[in-house]
Design a protein around this ligand. Structure first.
Ligand SMILES: [Zn+2]
Length: 166
């Protein structure tokens, strides 16, 4: 089946082979099978049609989150984007400055084992993790503190577990 090239209007022919899906921001994702079609015109313009992109991205993110090796910076970014989280929010959840976090995504700094694990957890349950960690971020700042199981939170009557800043 031939179509018209979107760029130059020439006839584009269906071509075979795997499609290197660079658009996801990972280096090593190739698509093949019925769900992906590629056309190429005489001028070398390529047109690609990928079925069920949303589903594919979910499957891919699930696989990345379960990989046994340390995540790469690109994979950290991919997981973050797959849950539609902004980089600043992820940095805050990890307790990092945005600039430091950005260096990790960009590959300038290594993905440490803690960041690796945390990002996977955030990916698994962004809302729950965010609810817990953002509350901590507000209370802890950068100060060390200690648990006080009886202190009432300011402005609230019920005694609840509170993290007291030393
Ligand atoms: Zn063309």
């Amino acid at each position: 089946m031939a179509i018209k090239c979107r760029e130059c209007g020439e006839e584009a022919k269906l071509i075979k082979g795997k499609y290197h899906w660079k658009e996801v921001g990972l280096d090593n994702v190739y698509l093949e099978g019925e769900g992906v079609k590629q056309w190429e015109c005489a001028n070398g313009h390529k047109t690609v049609q990928i079925n069920a992109v949303g589903h594919l991205l979910k499957v891919l993110a699930g696989a990345v989150a379960k990989k046994l090796d340390r995540l790469t910076g690109k994979e950290v970014r991919f997981l973050r984007k797959s849950i539609k989280m902004r980089a600043n929010k992820m940095a805050a959840l990890l307790g990092m400055r945005p600039e430091s976090y950005s260096k990790i995504e960009n590959g300038h700094d290594e993905v440490g084992s803690r960041v690796d694990r945390m990002v996977r957890l955030v990916y698994r349950d962004p809302e729950d993790v965010e609810a817990i960690l953002m509350a901590l971020t507000d209370v802890q700042k950068d100060t060390e503190g200690s648990w006080d199981m009886t202190a009432p939170l300011a402005g609230q009557g019920e005694p609840v577990a509170a993290y007291a800043v030393a």
